[in-house]
Every structure is written in structure tokens, then in C-alpha cells.
Design a binder for this molecule. Structure first.
Ligand code: COA
Length: 359
């Protein structure tokens, strides 16, 4: 049975940056409150579509692996903020990268969508259905945010990242994972206004309202990721000392610190970038992985632990053995078009549109 080595990686972070001070110009909040409660200092707001960001991330991952789109046999696109529900995101990406005829599916488990997608693609490689896969985690959350609700507006950001998986006989790639979901707690993180349930309540589709119990989510997140980390380490016969780097879902610095403490891994072996990007949902783990590689924090043969949680409430932890290569085979010039608005201007347009919908 082959393994699924990670041979390519690429990210796309839209350039427009929204600082905490920017948010404080239209919401009753402060840089001090946001930084002390979450660790977040700024986040990106996309001027392009999710499909555009995923395309750039995918092309960078392909160049990194020394492959072309036609080499890909499966695309798994992890997201909750689709450009369209039908057709799916993966088919649009297939068309743009020229992976003609390949299998193409979306996975929606909220913030864990990339990690659930990594499990799905790895399983299809191990079982021999495909030999090469592209797994994307991407979100365009800014249009779905209620920018008048300070409980959620300060927490999220936009971005996308992707990895290429290739069948290999080497002992690398995803070794073990724990996937789970606290379905009984699904109501504590709910976005009204995207699915048809909202229409059945006689309300206007597209005008989102966030049902969000921050402290309960916090507790479940720490518990779920803590249990999942313990589970994979125990089954792998490993201890915290064997883990070279933790690459966790980035929702809140205090959550990351609590999970690391519970897992027994010191913070100098945890990759943290939530201060720069906020919570990009499905994009956080693959983006952090790309950064850790760029910064030389991933070593050949290194053992990586990737815990995640998200709406559902889904939770998971993935134990990955890195391969022999930590530098890209190639690069690409593909990039997003230059923005014509600032992040604050983009957000103000969303706020204006929401105000119009409310009247
Ligand atoms: C959301 C979160 C940062 C809130 O932090 P907290 O310490 O639990 O804060 P609380 O919710 O208790 O709110 C404390 C006070 O700050 C206020 N507050 C909330 N958001 C605020 C903001 N952006 N700016 C200023 N004050 C704010 C609240 O209204 C509350 O005021 P009150 O005491 O007068 O009622 C934290 O609970 C969290 O990160 N939870 C996890 C959320 C998450 O990760 N979700 C993503 C899932 S993938």
C-alpha cells in the first residue's frame, strides 16, 4: 500500500491588510482588546474571488512539486465559503489548472476542511484509486462576516493554500489521524443566511447572522484538539518529545497555547501566525505549513502534529512524517491582479451592501 508524500506546497494571501485600528474606526473595539483576547493584530481582506486565490495557491504548489495540472488525478477543495455551491470549487480549479478529467470534490467541515481533505486524498492514494492529488484549503470569509458584530468581525481573514500529494513507497506523508465531531454542539457556531434553512424561516438569503458562543467554542476546541493529539500520539507510539513542530489551526493564540500545554509541547516548537492573518478557517493549517517550510522550521524526516477544530463542531489531529525535500523544485509568476481598493474600502462596501439589504 503506497503512502501519500507531500511534494508541493503553495499559498496565496491577498495583499490588502486590515489592522485592528482599522476595525476600531467603525466598531466599538480596540487593538488592546483584540490582541489580548485573541493574539490577532491584522488580517487579509481579499479583492479577488476564492477561485482566484485557490488558483494562485495551486499553481505555486504544482510548480513546487515540479508538476503540471495534467498530472493531477484528484482535487479535494476544503472550504465553507464557496464562490458557488453548484458547480463545486474543485471543478473550477480543475478547469483553471488544466487537470482535465480528474476527480474533483469539495469537503466542508468548516475550519478543519483542509485536514479532512488531506485524510480523504491520502486514503484514495493509499487505496490505489489515484496516485497524485491536490488538496486545497481556502476561504473568502469577508463577504459572509457581519461587520457590525464585534464578536465575530475581529476574528477572521481571507486566504488560500494548497499541497500536492504523490504516491510513494517511502515512509512519509500522513501517518495517522483522528477525526471527530461534537454534533451536539453544532448550534454554538452557526452562520444563518447561507443555506436554505434561512429561506424556510421566511428570511432573506445572503444576509448573514452569526450565532457564536465564543467561550463554549473555546472550551470545546481545546478539549477536542487535546483529545485528538493524545489519540494520534498514543496510537503512533510517540511522545510530545518526538514531535518536531506543531502546526495548529490558527483561531486564537490562547487556544493554541492551551492545546500545546496539554500536549506537552513547548511553544518554541509551535508555528503561530494568527497575529498576521486571523482565523482563515480551512486555509490556516496549509498556510502555516508553507510558512514553516519557508522559514526552515520543517526538517527532512521531521514529525509534524496538526490539530484543528471548526464549526460542527469538528475536530481532528494529523501526524505527518515529512519527506526528504523542504525546498521547492520550481516557482511560477502566476499571481492575483493588483487591488484597486484598500482593505477598509472593501469592508465598507460590504457594510454598505448589508445596510441596504437591511432597509
Ligand atoms: C471570541 C473570544 C475571543 C472572546 O473572548 P472572551 O475572553 O471569551 O470574551 P467574552 O466573550 O467573555 O467577552 C468579554 C466582553 O468583551 C466584549 N467584547 C466582545 N467582543 C469584543 C470586541 N471585539 N471588542 C471589545 N469588546 C468585545 C463582550 O461584549 C463582553 O463584554 P461584557 O463583559 O460587557 O458582556 C474567545 O471566546 C474565543 O476566541 N473563542 C473561540 C472562538 C473561535 O475560535 N471561533 C472560531 C471557531 S473555528
Amino acid at each position: 500500500m503506497p503512502n501519500a508524500g507531500i511534494t508541493g506546497w503553495g499559498k496565496c494571501l491577498p495583499p490588502c491588510t486590515l489592522s485592528n485600528a482599522d476595525i476600531a474606526t467603525f466598531l466599538e473595539t480596540s487593538d488592546e482588546w483584540i490582541t489580548s483576547r485573541t493574539g490577532i493584530r491584522e488580517r487579509r481582506v481579499a479583492h479577488a474571488s476564492l477561485g482566484d486565490m485557490a488558483h494562485v495557491a495551486a499553481m505555486r504548489a504544482l510548480a513546487c512539486a515540479g508538476l503540471e495540472g495534467k498530472d493531477i488525478e484528484l482535487i479535494v477543495f476544503g472550504t465553507t465559503t464557496h464562490d458557488d455551491q453548484c458547480p463545486n470549487m474543485a471543478s473550477g480549479l480543475q478547469q483553471r489548472i488544466g487537470a482535465d478529467g480528474c476527480a474533483a470534490m469539495d469537503v466542508n467541515t468548516a475550519c478543519t476542511s483542509f485536514l479532512y481533505g488531506l485524510s480523504t486524498a491520502t486514503a484514495l492514494i493509499r487505496s490505489g484509486v489515484v496516485r497524485t492529488a491536490l488538496v486545497v484549503g481556502g476561504e473568502l470569509i469577508s463577504p459572509y462576516l457581519d461587520w457590525n458584530d464585534r464578536n465575530v468581525a475581529v476574528l477572521f481573514g481571507d486566504g488560500a493554500a494548497a499541497v500536492v500529494l504523490q504516491a510513494t513507497e517511502a515512509d512519509e506523508g500522513l501517518l495517522l489521524e483522528k477525526l471527530g465531531c461534537y454534533g451536539e454542539s453544532r448550534e454554538i457556531l452557526r452562520i444563518h443566511g447561507i443555506g436554505s434553512a434561512y429561506v424556510h424561516q421566511g428570511r432573506l438569503l445572503g444576509r448573514t447572522e452569526w450565532q457564536f458562543e465564543g467561550q463554549e467554542i473555546f472550551k470545546k476546541a481545546v478539549n477536542g484538539m487535546g483529545l485528538a493529539c493524545e489519540d494520534v500520539l498514543r496510537r503512533a507510539g510517540k511522545s510530545a518529545d518526538d514531535v518536531d513542530l506543531v502546526i495548529p489551526h490558527q483561531a486564537n493564540l490562547r487556544i493554541i497555547e492551551s492545546v500545546a500545554k496539554r500536549a506537552g509541547v513547548p511553544m518554541d516548537r509551535v508555528h503561530v501566525n494568527v497575529q498576521r492573518y486571523g482565523n482563515m478557517s480551512a486555509a490556516t493549517v496549509p498556510t502555516a505549513l508553507c510558512e514553516a517550510l519557508e522559514e526552515g522550521r520543517v526538517k527532512p524526516g521531521g514529525l509534524l502534529l496538526m490539530p484543528g477544530f471548526g464549526g460542527g463542531l469538528t475536530f481532528c489531529a494529523h501526524l505527518v512524517r515529512w519527506g526528504g525535500r523542504t525546498t521547492p523544485l520550481g516557482t511560477t509568476d502566476v499571481d492575483l491582479p493588483a487591488p484597486t481598493r484598500t482593505a477598509l474600502e472593501i469592508v465598507q462596501r460590504y457594510r454598505t451592501a448589508r445596510g441596504a439589504a437591511l432597509t
